[in-house]
Ligand binder design. Structure first.
Ligand SMILES: Cc1cc2nc3c(=O)[nH]c(=O)nc-3n(C[C@H](O)[C@H](O)[C@H](O)COP(=O)(O)OP(=O)(O)OC[C@H]3O[C@@H](n4cnc5c(N)ncnc54)[C@H](O)[C@@H]3O)c2cc1C
Length: 381
């Protein structure tokens, strides 16, 4: 039986970022990951985007709080920059201008660099767009691509260098307590003990809580589909920003000379190894062909991933109200990569009893916003 100060269940970006900061704080930490690859689920299936204007308020703050780490990670963390320029263009259809204006006003008030584009200016940047469907657009040049693999494996490597253990093929099947310590049993029979359990199981967070005798918080995994599409030889997508429709029905971005296209679907589902549905792939292609001049004869590879949300859309990073040795780190929705450095550091600081890190406090990040007992978590309002 192996004992650690902290057992983390889930080796995705949430679990590994927290593991790194906990090990850095001097804790002995073991990460238990069911798959043989820690990035197999949501972490390995994202669109890899960083935008400080995307998502709910607490997410935007956590993204801003993550920027310094992304730009200047610890020595030896990764060989290449984690962020590279991408930019985002949000398109508003006729009738949606006021909604876009509101986003521009709020973003600029928060310091975001937004440039308004006319349909003609948009077409100069992304020539395949059908501008008859666009009333105006907002360009955020500072949005970035994230090298998710470099980020995730940077955390894993540095965590291991600090003495941490990542156990893969470690399917947690039972969680109990003996002599005041957590006792976590794997499907293959191995047992790990710890003073604190961190639930970073992504879409499975409620299942892990239930196994531990903790009341679930109501996480809902939502399927999102992505399809790779070849572009005709005369179309040169390199350097295009990501283009997203304001009504959240389509986005696409260049990826190694092809397009990664998503219908931005949000279909509630059970936690599982989610695969793309034929209908969603067809919808994706249809929407791309309606919005642009690109003819898709045969879609390329496709995949789906789970974005997991609590009722109010905000993540939880806090001890459970009924057990102060069970820590929730879940519900990062569609923003778990771009917030990972700050979310990991925050979780480690709370778990080690040090409260909100000062640089996050300055950004207005409070424990209430991430608490497992906030009223909106239940009501969704
Ligand atoms: C299509 C798509 C696009 C996205 N785009 C972006 C984006 O542009 N920017 C961004 O920031 N975010 C994006 N996201 C969201 C981001 O991917 C997630 O928020 C993030 O990966 C969640 O990380 P996680 O570690 O919580 O979950 P996961 O990566 O799913 O990790 C949870 C881990 O827990 C393990 N686990 C579960 N049950 C057990 C058990 N019983 N025993 C042991 N291990 C267990 C699982 O195997 C899994 O590896 C996107 C997501 C999708 C699907």
């Amino acid at each position: 039986m192996t004992h650690s100060d902290i057992l983390i269940i889930g080796g995705g970006i949430a679990g590994m970022s927290a593991a790194f900061f906990l090990a850095k704080a001097g804790k002995s930490v073991t990460v238990l990951e069911r798959e043989d690859q820690p990035g197999y689920h949501s972490t390995g299936r994202s669109a890899a985007l960083y935008s400080e204007t995307y998502g709910p308020k607490i997410i935007r703050k956590m993204s801003t709080a993550s920027r310094a780490f992304f730009i200047t990670p610890p020595d030896g963390f990764t060989e290449n920059p984690i962020l590279t320029p991408r930019g985002i263009i949000m398109t508003a259809a006729p009738g949606e201008e006021a909604q876009l204006d509101a986003i521009l006003t709020e973003g600029r008030a928060n310091g975001a660099n937004f440039v308004e584009l006319t349909p003609d200016e948009l077409k100069e940047i992304v020539p395949v767009i059908h501008t008859d469907r666009v009333a105006k657009a907002a360009y955020e040049p500072d949005a970035m691509d994230i090298d998710v693999h470099a980020l995730h494996w940077g955390f894993i490597r540095q965590f291991k260098a600090l003495g941490g253990s990542v156990i893969t093929k470690a399917d947690v099947s039972a969680i109990g307590k003996a002599d005041g310590k957590w006792q976590v049993t794997l499907a293959k029979g191995d047992v790990y003990t710890g003073d604190i359990v961190v639930n970073a199981a992504g879409a499975w967070a409620d299942e892990i809580a239930t196994k531990a005798g903790i009341k679930p918080l109501g996480i809902v995994p939502k399927r999102r589909t992505a399809v790779m599409v070849d572009v005709p030889a005369d179309v040169k997508p390199h350097g295009w920003p990501l283009v997203a429709s304001l009504d959240e029905t389509l986005y696409f971005k260049e990826d190694a000379g092809r397009l990664l296209v998503s219908p931005a679907d949000t279909t509630p589902t059970e936690p599982h190894d989610v695969q793309p549905e034929e209908l969603d792939i067809a919808i994706t292609i249809d929407r791309l062909m309606t919005a642009t001049s690109i003819e898709v004869r045969r879609p390329g590879e496709s995949w789906a991933g789970l974005r997991s949300f609590f009722a109010d859309g905000d993540p939880v990073s806090s001890f459970d109200p009924a057990d102060d040795s069970f820590y929730w780190l879940a519900g990062q929705g569609g923003y778990g990569i771009q917030t990972a450095p700050a979310m990991g550091e925050y979780a480690a600081s709370i778990i080690t009893g040090n409260g909100v890190p000062p640089q996050m406090e300055k950004l207005g990040i409070t424990t209430d916003a991430l608490s497992a007992t906030r009223p909106t978590l239940v009501s969704g309002k």
